[in-house]
Design a protein. Structure first.
Length: 217
């Protein structure tokens, strides 16, 4: 009886370890998914000291706050209300780019899947918040992007913007690519984005291809 109980315990432990560990065939987590306890803060270099903060509850970042000196009131919104869900975020895989005290761009990647998110946070309440969940963020080590630029895809094209100049460009894949944003490297291996060029290594119809386009941003 004792032998049977021991065997069952070993079997249960094996199942638990298999479920909690990463699959041999699945992607490894992009970053640590342990409990987030401290607020993640970013500050711009404008004289009014603009700030963006990600505040956690129950181990996950669930609220974003942004303000600057003299603004009068903090802007605040729940991430779930604008994203539809919460994702595990760590300070090492989040960044922020400020456009003076006009707006801030918050970039972060889901630590579990690597999916990239981009949130535009205008300081003026008359302007709308916007969220993209198909971001190609430089937080991912295989995505080399100029620090003043952003990139994202809609499965048929790659779009880039210069955050401080307000200019933009795009490059088409010439067909729809079935990209799963939670497993983006299945189809987009790597990118390099500069103000004068877009380069991407992408799988199209089961073949890896390198596409590039000269731009002027």
């Amino acid at each position: 009886m004792r032998l049977l109980a021991t065997s069952l315990l070993v079997g249960l432990l094996g199942i638990t370890l298999t479920q909690c560990g990463s699959s041999a065939n699945g992607p490894a987590p992009l970053c640590d998914t342990t409990c987030l306890k401290d607020t993640i803060r970013f500050r711009g270099d404008h004289v009014s000291n603009p700030e963006v903060a990600l505040a956690p509850t129950n181990c996950q970042a669930d609220t974003v706050l942004w303000t600057y000196e003299g603004m009068g009131v903090n802007r605040k919104i729940g991430l779930k209300s604008i994203m539809g869900q919460l994702v595990p975020i760590q300070p090492s895989h989040a960044r922020c780019v400020f456009d003076g005290n006009k707006k801030a761009w918050l970039f972060f990647n889901d630590c579990a899947t690597g999916r990239g998110y981009q949130v535009k946070l205008p300081y003026d309440k008359k302007e709308s918040i916007s969220v993209r969940s198909s971001g190609i963020n430089s937080i991912d080590p295989k995505f080399d992007i100029d620090p003043d630029m952003l990139a994202y895809t809609d499965r048929g094209n790659i779009y880039v913007e210069h955050l401080k100049k307000g200019t933009s460009a795009m490059m088409t894949f010439k067909e729809l690519v079935p990209i799963d944003y939670d497993h983006i490297h299945d189809h987009i291996d790597s990118v390099k984005i500069r103000p004068n060029k877009i380069w991407v290594r992408i799988k199209i119809q089961d073949q890896w291809k390198e596409l590039e386009k000269n731009i002027d941003l």
